[in-house]
Ligand binder design. Sequence first.
Ligand code: C5J
Length: 229
Amino acid sequence: MTVTIDAEPAAVSLDPARSALLVIDMQRDFLEPGGFGESLGNNVAKLRAAIAPCARLMQAMRAVGVPVLHTREGHRPGLEDVHPEKQARCAPGRKIGDSGPMGRILVRGEAGHDFIAELYPLPGESVIDKPGKGAFYATDLDLLLRSAGIEHLIICGVTTEVCVHTTVREANDRGYRVLVPGDCCASYFDEFHRVGLAMISAQGGIFGAVTTANAIIDAFGGRQNGDDA
Ligand code: C5J
């Protein structure tokens, strides 16, 4: 079976049995008021706009048996997996492992590191704890995907220009065919979101294709009259 999805720069045909949805870093510290992201002066409402489309897409993919995988950015409590350069890139007083509003910043097991309730993984769905921006760096994601015969990756989450973009590029370099539903991604910066998506589909789709949650859901026949537009 093949499903064809409207996308930029061109429609994408994919085999659902060889497809997976990868949801990047929908964590409390990035998306919730009172978290680490907001403490840096960011407007988390911009990220929260992606929650509803993501939830609908996750639900639709689960309904048709497309696996949903989730990533979290974070580190071991002893910080053995934080290299000095990543620490050097942090804002003063906001280093990895410092106390933040929802526990130690970007440390596994802390409240802020957890997924937001709206997009919580179901039991049995794969969770990839990643120490970097890209989901392939220092994780077993590639092994999981190849073992399951996945060729098409639908990638969404936050932030568009950082962890989503890095992962899209990593996936493309590894030979996966990438599709990004832009409304299921978000950035604290409108311009970075817009340009980040444009960079993916530019030049004939140099890193992949860009679409919407509804285009994917419609192609799978999942949206009924009365569902969210
Ligand atoms: C950032 C992410 N922005 N998930 N992480 O540091 O994009």
